[in-house]
Design a protein around this ligand. Structure first.
Ligand SMILES: O=C(O)CCC(=O)C(=O)O
Ligand SMILES: [Fe+2]
Length: 203
């Protein structure tokens, strides 16, 4: 997993310590519909298809017989051709962070585009981890596929068990410490675009 490319957020996204969220409660899962249009989702999938994919792995927990994760992943790094994608996500983060009020600085890594087919899944996990992954604070998942293209493949959260929105172009945001999974795809193909917004580790 790449940890190199960081694209800074527009300064409006950065909420310094001491600034309080608009609500006294932490927003857990937030949904923004149609952050990307259908045409834009299709364009992103086409860009991803042109990249060589690799199997998504999860550190030492990966086990060939019973993988916690089975999907094909590609990373889009910040570069002129993908800047519009980062800019759109940045805009969404500015709005979302009015509720989260996390101290956020930059994209932790490139944007991850994953495809899940035929049993593809990602078991229960949190996106926070040791080392560089401790800087992940806000996770974003964009549904790139039309709902009708696949069965299963639901993004679920342990705290609520409600499935996330499946509408194409919707963005689902959650604190990176929240335990979540993608249930096995039983028909068709699901594409998602996941990014992590980083800042000083939670304290
Ligand atoms: O595909 C998704 O919507 C989420 C994937 C995920 O949880 C991850 O890549 O960490
Ligand atoms: Fe995740």
């Amino acid at each position: 997993m790449s940890t190199k490319p960081q694209r800074a957020l527009s300064s409006a996204s950065v909420v310094p310590p001491g600034i309080r969220a608009q609500s006294e409660h932490l927003s857990l899962v937030a949904t923004m519909p149609a952050v990307f249009s259908v045409e834009e989702c299709e364009r992103i999938v086409a860009i991803a298809r042109a990249h060589p994919g690799s199997q998504g792995t999860v550190d030492a927990r990966a086990d060939a017989a019973d993988p916690i994760r089975r999907s094909t992943v590609r990373f889009l790094n910040p570069e002129p051709a993908s800047e519009w994608i980062f800019a759109r996500l940045d805009q969404a983060v500015t709005r979302l962070n009015a509720a989260y009020a996390f101290e956020l600085q930059a994209f932790a890594e490139g944007v991850q585009i994953a495809s899940y087919t035929d049993g593809g899944h990602y078991g229960w996990h949190a996106d926070l981890g040791p080392g560089a992954f401790s800087r992940r604070k806000l996770s974003l998942s964009v549904q790139l596929s039309p709902d009708a293209d696949y069965d299963g493949g639901d993004l679920e959260f342990l705290v609520s068990r409600d499935s996330a929105a499946r509408s194409q172009g919707a963005l689902i945001a959650f604190p990176s410490f929240l335990v979540h999974r993608v249930t096995p795809v039983t028909r068709g193909e699901r594409w998602s675009m996941v990014s992590w917004i980083a800042g000083p580790p939670f304290r």
